[in-house]
Design a binder for this molecule. Structure first.
Ligand SMILES: O=C1O[C@H](COP(=O)(O)O)[C@@H](O)[C@H](O)[C@H]1O
Length: 246
């Protein structure tokens, strides 16, 4: 497990812009090494704003978007055209604006898709796709105010699940049915980027970085093999434990 690194930014706008620049640079560097980067996107406010900033960046052309494998950390199990879909937000923010290879964009199934209203079958199908990759280069994650990452909520069945991808029911945050990578899968990534803004997240950030159990604060268990980066704005960083805040 990697050490936790923290990068502070003044506010959400700066956090999104800096993370967009970091993503572009990291993807371009991996491609320069002859790799096809494998990345998992996050939904959520700042995660989607970050994708918007990638689309607006003058440097976006340094990435060959046709040579990027794109996954999601979690998805809401709702109809494909629902505004609740993380993928819909990602398409609007970035994927409709760059030249991606549709065969390399791996959406989790919607509730009106190939698996009908069966989230377990949709999760199992996604697990097969994930099994076909060597490793995620980057898993990007947002975090809820209670410490959830992807759709792994505190003290929920998913936080104890060792399968790679699971259906999640009865989520405390709507919509209630979702599909999610599990923590063991997230931990196979080379890099995990926790992208978090706002005062409402400060307590959970402090607990996660301070060593809470992943059952209580799932974000505490979201670590990368090579790098675990907490990308924060000042408000979200307000309750970091002493040594991490410096
Ligand atoms: O439900 C979800 O919430 C988190 C965090 O979202 P935010 O809007 O509070 O930043 C997100 O990371 C996750 O992908 C999403 O499904």
């Amino acid at each position: 497990m990697s050490d936790t690194e923290i990068r502070l930014h003044a506010d959400e706008t700066e956090l999104a812009a800096a993370t967009a620049a970091r993503l572009i640079t990291t993807l371009a560097d991996l491609q320069a090494d002859g790799r096809v980067p494998v990345v998992a996107l996050t939904g959520g406010g700042v995660g989607t704003e970050m994708l918007r900033q990638v689309a607006q960046s003058a440097a976006r052309g340094t990435v060959d978007w046709r040579r990027v494998e794109i996954f999601w950390g979690d998805e809401r199990f709702v109809p494909g055209d629902s505004d609740d879909r993380n993928a819909k937000g990602a398409y609007e923010a970035l994927l409709d604006r760059v030249d991606v290879d549709p065969t390399r964009v791996h959406e989790m199934a919607p509730s009106d898709g190939d698996f009908g209203d069966d989230p377990d079958a949709a999760a199992a199908a996604y697990a097969e796709i994930v099994a076909g990759i060597d490793a995620f280069d980057i898993v990007m994650l947002g975090m809820g105010g209670e410490g959830h990452v992807a759709s792994v909520f505190p003290d929920s069945p998913a936080v104890h699940d060792t399968r790679s991808v699971v259906a999640v029911r009865d989520c405390p945050k709507p919509p209630p049915t979702r599909i999610s990578l599990t923590l063991p899968t997230i931990r196979t990534a080379d890099q995990v980027w926790m992208i978090v803004s706002g005062a409402a997240k400060a307590e959970a950030v402090g607990r996660a970085v301070g060593g809470a159990s992943e059952v209580d604060v799932p974000a505490a268990g979201a670590t990368g093999r090579v790098r675990t980066l907490w990308l924060l704005d000042r408000a979200a960083a307000a309750e970091l434990p002493g040594e991490a805040a410096s």
